[in-house]
Design a protein around this ligand. Structure first.
Ligand code: JHZ
Ligand code: SAH
Length: 393
């Protein structure tokens, strides 16, 4: 049973971009509420949307649109090769191939339910199964050869049925194999009041505590945790079948869990405090927008993210404040953000001539974006962010 601690209102599906034709049609929506399973400390959205409504041939997100992610996938694949020398790597949620393209074609298999994306890697001759991850698929893929490494970034937190995921992983993973999961960290999310980590696709925001509890049932164990800076602060969990852990568990596991306990992830009061901070964040962001608009400044958005969908709809920010969003993703251009109906335009280098303020939808790529927009910044162009608290930078 989930104990509710946050209500982010009625929300559309975060990646269901609108086009001119359906702009004024009633959008599908759901109540975005967040709760915690007190037994496992697992934080989850309470009402979920059927997976096929979110992940289908129209899915627009492409991992390879940011240099930061490309580099991160290159580096982890180098590490995997060096540390584990795998004969077969399996990726769950391979998207457009940003990770698998770092491996030899005969040593890697992708699983990606969105056909438009799976077709990209298939065309590049990477073996890809365009299906949802489950036991049946695990048996089919690894009938003759099991995986030495299963890697899954920003995907397992999107799958409701954790029983099915981990049962299937147990089927597909070699007895000495390593499962590597990478997902946004609940600790970082709460610390930086990044409430936009909650939307339809993010069914769970994992903590080490919760994951450790969930894994017990499947005889899987975390033996190492690395903190990574991607997506606003994530954790990379290294996991093995319990009986195959010969060496000691790395100290990083205890360290991370203690960090989480000390922050208060086991106490419901921590989540109630977060709820208050979220409400403050909303009113501050709206105040900033109102002040700037009253002075007739032009505000645009940068990075039409799934996260933005939560912020814009929760704060009721629409075209009264933001003229349009810039984004580099081909599938989002000339479409409209769900709910707020703000238009997404093809990215152009920012110019002070027609833009004063830029709301950072992709705040998780602040470093990469600020580097790209050096000129705009040097000319006095300003950004607005809500993480870790609403401010102009
Ligand atoms: P980004 C999606 O979330 C959905 P989103 C999903 N649920 C998830 O977990 C993460 O991805 C992994 C654009 N951009 O990665 C590209 C620029 O325009 O924060 C993207 O549309 N210029 C699967 O959508 C968006 O911003 C740039 O210079 O919250 C970034 O989306 C850069 C760097 C990005 O994920
Ligand atoms: N791993 C990439 C992609 C993350 S986006 C990255 O880190 O950038 C999440 C991906 O998971 C999407 O491409 C989506 O289609 C896929 N996905 C969602 N549900 C899934 C499921 N049940 N099984 C396998 N993949 C799934």
């Amino acid at each position: 049973m989930y104990k509710k601690f946050l209500d982010l209102g009625l929300q559309p599906l975060a990646n269901s971009y609108l086009n001119k034709k359906n702009l004024y049609k009633k959008e599908q929506s759901f109540k975005l509420e967040v709760g915690i399973d007190i037994k496992n400390f697992l934080v989850s959205i309470i009402n979920t949307v059927p997976k096929t409504k979110m992940f289908n041939q129209r899915y627009p997100y492409k991992s390879s649109t940011s240099k930061t992610m490309m580099l991160s996938f290159y580096e982890i694949s180098k590490k995997i090769k060096k540390r584990f020398n795998p004969n077969l790597v399996l990726e769950i949620g391979s998207n457009d191939g940003a990770f698998i393209k770092n491996f030899e074609r005969n040593k890697v298999i992708g699983v990606e339910p969105c056909k438009n994306l799976a077709n990209i890697t298939k065309k590049n001759n990477y073996k890809t199964f365009s299906e949802f991850w489950n036991c049946k698929l695990a048996k089919k893929i690894t009938m003759y050869k099991k995986a030495d490494v299963i890697y899954s970034a920003n995907t397992l937190s999107h799958i409701k049925d954790l029983n099915e995921i981990f049962k299937a992983i147990n089927i597909a993973l070699n007895k000495d194999g390593v499962l590597i999961i990478e997902d946004p960290s609940l600790l970082e999310c709460l610390k930086s009041v990044a409430y936009d980590q909650f939307y339809c696709e993010h069914i769970y925001v994992f903590s080490s505590l919760a994951l450790q509890n969930v894994l017990k049932k499947f005889n899987l164990k975390i033996f190492r945790i690395e903190n990574t800076s991607t997506h606003g602060g994530s954790n990379r969990y290294y996991i093995k079948k319990v009986f195959s852990i010969k060496n000691k568990i790395d100290q990083s596991v205890k360290k991370e869990i203690n960090k989480e306990i000390n922050f208060g992830l086991k106490k419901f009061s921590t989540y109630k405090k977060f709820k208050k901070k979220v409400a403050t964040s909303k009113s501050k962001l709206v105040t900033i927008m109102k002040k700037l608009k009253n002075k007739n400044f032009t505000i645009i958005g940068y990075g039409a993210t799934a996260k933005s969908c939560t912020v814009l709809n929760y704060c009721k920010i629409g075209t009264q404040f933001i003229d349009y969003f810039y984004d580099t993703t081909s599938n989002k251009i000339n479409k409209y953000l769900p709910g707020s109906k703000i238009k997404v335009k093809k990215y152009k280098t920012l110019s002070k001539k027609n833009i004063d303020y830029v709301y950072l939808g992709a705040w998780n790529f602040k470093k990469e974006i600020f580097k790209k927009e050096k000129k705009f910044i040097s000319m006095g162009g300003k950004f607005i962010t809500h993480v870790p608290y609403p401010k102009v930078i």
